[in-house]
Write a protein that binds this ligand. Structure first.
Ligand code: NAP
Length: 311
């Protein structure tokens, strides 16, 4: 009998089709009454697919007595209760590497957009202000500035490589000195004080909840720009809005927010902020490769009890 796989949220169609060819799948996000659906299939489910927006709580894990594997679509797996999954002997996989470059590109795009005011520039042209008011106010150059990276992992390193090409100096903060060519700064506040751009690229966890708080933002200073391509809850959003409104920092580039897709109107009102709807990996190529990893992890697990990218 085919394995039964509970798919919590949408993944690209080609890979959903592959799942349908190999397993009996249940699309929970499409169910009229998800709770009733979960109750109906709970004893049959051996595999699961989760996403950043359609995660897996401890309650759901405990409701599925025969669950063996959660194949997560995304590198960040903070929407899955991995601790409880592991306690129950359930394997969790994610999709690293294939989205690194595209997410790093968004980090750089946001940095450039804030410094060179490209979104404001677009509005300036379209709204006719160029004709009415003449040249737009000047932006700021990136060359010679310092980028402090919070979390020099796969994406952090890919951002550093790109930033170097723009003439930026790199420093980084994380749980340990990785003995790389960039200087390590043990204190985040100290690193923020040395940075023109504070780039957040670490995972979200209890340890990183509101890691970037009012103190760190104050240290970043009046000319500093915060860029977050990691997870919204790593930054204290209220403190960020206060800092932006009070001019305590110069601007922000944000791909992620505390309560997506609910972005505070205070952020939307600010000219010195560039906002993106969580699109770090949102291009056809990595999304396809991520979904293929989701499928391949399930296939390999159910065939050989092995996985490609365990968490
Ligand atoms: P990764 O390779 O695991 O890198 C994470 C880095 O963060 C590691 O260098 C780690 O340090 C560091 N870190 C861990 N705890 C930290 C802490 N408390 N303070 C500072 N740094 C800490 O992960 P990745 O592939 O680069 O992805 C990073 C995150 O980006 C993901 O978890 C995900 O949430 C987010 N992301 C967002 C998007 C998007 O669409 N915006 C797309 C992809 C990923 P060590 O090396 O010392 O362990």
């Amino acid at each position: 009998m085919a394995q039964e796989v509970l798919v919590m949220g949408p993944i690209p169609a080609a890979q959903l089709e592959q799942l349908e060819q190999n397993y009996r799948i249940h699309k929970l996000w499409q169910a009229e009454n998800p709770e009733a659906k979960l109750n109906e299939v709970r004893n049959n489910i051996t595999g699961m697919v989760s996403t950043a927006f359609f995660g897996v709580t401890a309650k759901i894990i405990r409701a599925l007595p025969n669950l063996e594997i959660i194949s997560h679509f995304g590198v960040g797996y903070d929407s899955v209760d991995v601790k409880v999954a592991k306690e129950q002997g359930i394997i969790v996989t994610n999709t690293p590497d294939v989205l690194t470059d595209d997410t790093a590109d968004i980090g750089i795009a946001l940095t450039l957009a804030v410094f060179r005011r490209t979104v404001e520039g677009d509005i300036y042209v379209r709204s006719g202000q160029w004709i009415k008011k003449g040249p737009m106010p000047l932006g700021r150059s990136l060359r010679g500035k310092t980028m402090g990276i919070v979390g020099l992992g796969r994406i952090g390193q890919a951002i550093a490589k790109r930033a170097e090409a723009f003439g930026l100096n790199i420093i980084y903060h994380g749980p340990r000195d990785k003995k790389v060519s960039y200087p390590f700064v043990a204190s985040l506040e100290e690193m923020a004080a040395k940075s023109d751009i504070l780039m957040v690229a670490c995972p979200y966890s209890a340890d990183t909840h509101h890691l970037v708080d009012a103190k760190v933002l104050k240290a970043l200073g009046r000319d500093g720009v915060l860029v977050n391509i990691a997870r919204g809850k790593i930054v204290d959003e209220k403190a960020l809005i206060d800092a932006l409104e009070a001019g305590l920092i110069a601007g922000a580039g944000l791909d992620v927010f505390e309560k997506e897709p609910d972005v505070p109107s205070a952020l939307c009102r600010l000219d010195n902020v560039v906002l993106q709807p969580h699109v770090g990996s949102a291009t056809h190529e990595p999304r396809g490769a991520m979904a293929q990893l989701v499928v391949d992890n399930l296939l390999l697990y159910f065939e050989k009890a092995e996985v490609l990218t365990p968490v």
